[in-house]
Design a protein around this ligand. Structure first.
Ligand code: PBG
Ligand code: ZN
Length: 346
């Protein structure tokens, strides 16, 4: 007989509740808690908050410049004054943190502009701190936006030199701190950069500047639109010798462990949606503040499908962000930050 199995699932033949049709006599009906918006809200397990949102901004020289990135509809390269305007508007929407990327006026093989106090990012930090001191300023620390070859480090032949690169990154991070950054976010994936940046910041008297490490950053096809926005497509080769293989998760845990040992305050997984398992394990195994970056390609895919009328953009956006939070991310870095904040506010 199969009765044991069906009884275990709460199957009890009997009359229906209304006495009309015979019901199944179920003791467990999970649909009971889905009957109304208020009831669903009461039992919701994941609640998105504007507190978690970080908006990336691309800053360049000039004034009054707002240049939309073709592969990222709604995202613009902004001059410093426009970046301040955008950050202020975002704050008014409820987004309290921005992540700055820079497009320098000139690039060279060493990416010297990365540590230039007069480069767009450093200027934008100072302008933001004057105009909107309540906005948290996070800065991306890498060389790829600043090198003529588009690589994340100093190149010799076909190699990206680890230790020489780390020195430059530390200088860039200190220049961001000097300009007033609250958090620096190294995205280069060189070994030992978190420790070197921590040491350099401390030596400069910036003990209170936090490090958000791009700890598990995968070599992903989904950074394509970003490289248009930041003008950072490598002129030759790719990023496989430093970014992680999408096939690996144990290695991501080693990356996170090392970054934490070296002094990272927040660890990041990137991209987000294809790496929910990584986010989940990082949060569960380390319990540190965990960020996830819903990257340019993830954004562009939703935009493209929505523009074709193939998906409901707002629902897809909220579903994506909810999934990333459900996996364990505390911090959501997303080009949708302002749109999501506006949805959350109503
Ligand atoms: C720079 C950097 C990249 C991103 C963030 N920082 C690009 C890359 O590694 O090529 C990607 C962000 C996005 O795709 O939205 N190292
Ligand atoms: Zn880079």
């Amino acid at each position: 007989m199969t009765t044991t199995a069906t009884e275990d699932r709460g199957f009890r033949p009997g009359p229906g509740a209304d006495g009309a049709a015979p019901g199944l006599g179920l003791t467990r009906r999970l649909r009971r808690l889905r009957r109304s918006p208020a009831l669903r809200a009461l039992v919701r397990e994941t609640r998105l908050s504007t507190d978690s949102l970080v908006l990336p901004l691309f800053v360049l020289a000039g004034e009054g410049v707002r240049r939309e990135v073709p592969s990222m509809p709604g995202v613009c390269q902004l001059s410093v004054d426009e970046a301040v305007r955008e950050a202020t508007a975002a704050r008014d929407d409820g987004v309290r943190a921005v992540l700055l990327f820079g497009l320098p006026e000139a690039k060279d093989a060493e990416g010297s502009a990365a540590a230039d106090p007069e480069a767009p990012v450093q200027r934008a930090i100072r302008a933001l701190k004057r105009a909107a001191p309540d906005v948290l300023v996070v800065t991306d620390v890498c060389l790829c936006e600043y090198t003529s070859h588009g690589h994340c480090g100093i190149v010799r032949g076909n190699d990206i030199l680890n230790d020489a690169t780390v020195e430059h990154l530390a200088r860039a991070a200190v220049s961001h701190a000097e300009a007033g950054a609250d958090v620096v976010a190294p995205s280069d994936m060189m070994d030992g950069r978190v420790g070197a940046i921590r040491e350099a910041l401390d030596e400069g008297g910036f003990e209170d500047v936090a490090i958000m490490a791009y700890a598990a950053k995968y070599c992903s096809a989904y950074y394509g639109p970003f490289r248009d926005a930041a003008d950072s497509t490598p002129a030759f080769g790719d990023r496989r010798t430093h970014q992680m293989d999408p096939a690996n998760v144990e290695e991501a845990l080693r990356e996170v462990a090392l970054d934490l040992e070296e002094g990272a305050d927040v660890v990041m997984v990137k991209p987000a949606l294809h790496y929910l398992d990584v986010i989940s394990r990082v949060k569960q195994e380390f319990g540190y503040p965990t960020a996830a970056y819903h990257v340019s390609g993830e954004y562009a895919m939703l935009k493209a499908a929505a523009r074709n009328g193939w998906i409901d953009e707002e629902r897809a956006m909220m579903e994506a962000l909810t999934a990333i939070a459900r996996a364990g991310a505390d911090i959501l870095i997303t080009y949708y930050a302002r749109d999501a904040a506006r949805v959350l506010a109503r």
